[in-house]
Design a protein around this ligand. Structure first.
Ligand code: C2E
Ligand code: CA
Ligand code: CA
Ligand code: CA
Length: 281
């Protein structure tokens, strides 16, 4: 027992991932964190790559843990997805993102038209009351539906059932845009993509990484961009880290990008500063 106790305290930084805290305890702790407002959002701009102008921001969740520090989504989203805690978490993210960006749209000159992108987990998309939840949050925050982008992953796109398709169509009918996130990492069946009211395709950063140095990688990225454009999709590159990558992508016809070359995800005060400076340019 002494050894166990020592080990636990000695490794407290890793408590969240180690089996020493069982899944049930970690789940309860995360649900408490949502209720206690320990979650925070960071925002990463998406830009027009030719001039760097900001089109919108993606909300990315972090957990400001009182003992562990700032935790990245990789440390808790997986568990939340398994236990269902990702549903209240996702609603919190949508509400807080809409509230914050509505405030920027109203208060920062030039930011009136920026979009907000929010990640939807597969569990959320399966919820029968998803559309009611989204409608309620838009009404509550006054956020304009036509400025909202919901990002879904390929696992949702693959073999969507009729109720899922109906929910996504209802969101589309509200004026919300749907993006397929991490495109190319899953099964990428375009036949499924065609069944869904998706208008944006985000190319996963694993396809962007090698485009400047590797001929094969460049051709794959090019093929994905062409495929997206052929299906009348709006193609966005993620993980753009260099000017050369941005230049190559622009040449392929992909004009919007997100990545460290332009902006890292930022806490709200910093993002507000960047949005305000944008106007001054
Ligand atoms: P994602 O949706 O693909 O988000 C992009 C991730 O790539 C973010 O990591 C971002 O910080 C990182 N990134 C952006 N630009 C670059 C770049 O140039 N280079 C590199 N190497 N990385 C870049 P983050 O914030 O750790 O989020 C990881 C994943 O967690 C997200 O991937 C998303 O799948 C998930 N996630 C984040 N927030 C939420 C949320 O509110 N709800 C749900 N369900 N999932 C979320
Ligand atoms: Ca995303
Ligand atoms: Ca992504
Ligand atoms: Ca990704």
């Amino acid at each position: 027992l002494a050894m166990y106790t020592a080990k636990r305290s000695g490794r407290s930084r890793y408590q969240l991932y180690t089996p020493e805290l069982d899944a049930g305890t970690r789940d309860a702790r995360l649900r408490q964190a949502i209720a206690d407002d320990e979650l925070v959002l960071h925002y990463q701009p998406a830009v027009t790559m030719t001039d760097g102008s900001i089109r919108g921001v993606e909300a990315l969740v972090r957990w400001q843990h009182p003992e562990e520090g700032l935790l990245m989504p990789g440390a808790f989203i997986g568990l939340a997805e398994e236990t269902g805690a990702v549903v209240p978490l996702g609603e919190w993210v949508l509400r807080e993102g809409c509230r914050q960006v509505a405030e920027w749209q109203a208060g920062i000159a030039g930011a009136e038209r920026i979009t907000l992108s929010v990640n939807l987990s597969p569990q959320q998309v399966k919820q029968a009351d998803l559309v009611d939840a989204v409608t309620g949050i838009l009404a509550e925050t006054g956020f304009p539906a036509d400025r909202l982008v919901l990002e879904i992953t390929e696992s949702v796109v693959l073999e969507p059932d009729a109720p899922t398709i109906a929910r996504l169509e209802a969101l589309r009918d509200l004026g919300i845009r749907l993006a397929v996130d991490d495109f190319g990492t899953g099964y990428s069946a375009l036949s499924y993509l065609q069944q869904l009211p998706v208008t944006i395709l985000k190319i996963d950063r694993s396809y962007i990484r090698g485009i400047a140095d590797d001929e094969r990688d460049r051709r794959i990225a090019e093929a994905i961009v062409r495929l997206g454009l052929a299906f009348d999709l709006y193609v966005v590159a993620e993980g753009v880290e260099t000017a050369e990558q941005a230049r190559l992508l622009t040449g392929m016809g992909c004009t919007v990008g997100q990545g460290y070359h332009f902006h890292r995800p930022m806490p709200p005060d910093r993002a507000a500063h960047v949005l305000a400076a944008e106007r001054a340019k």
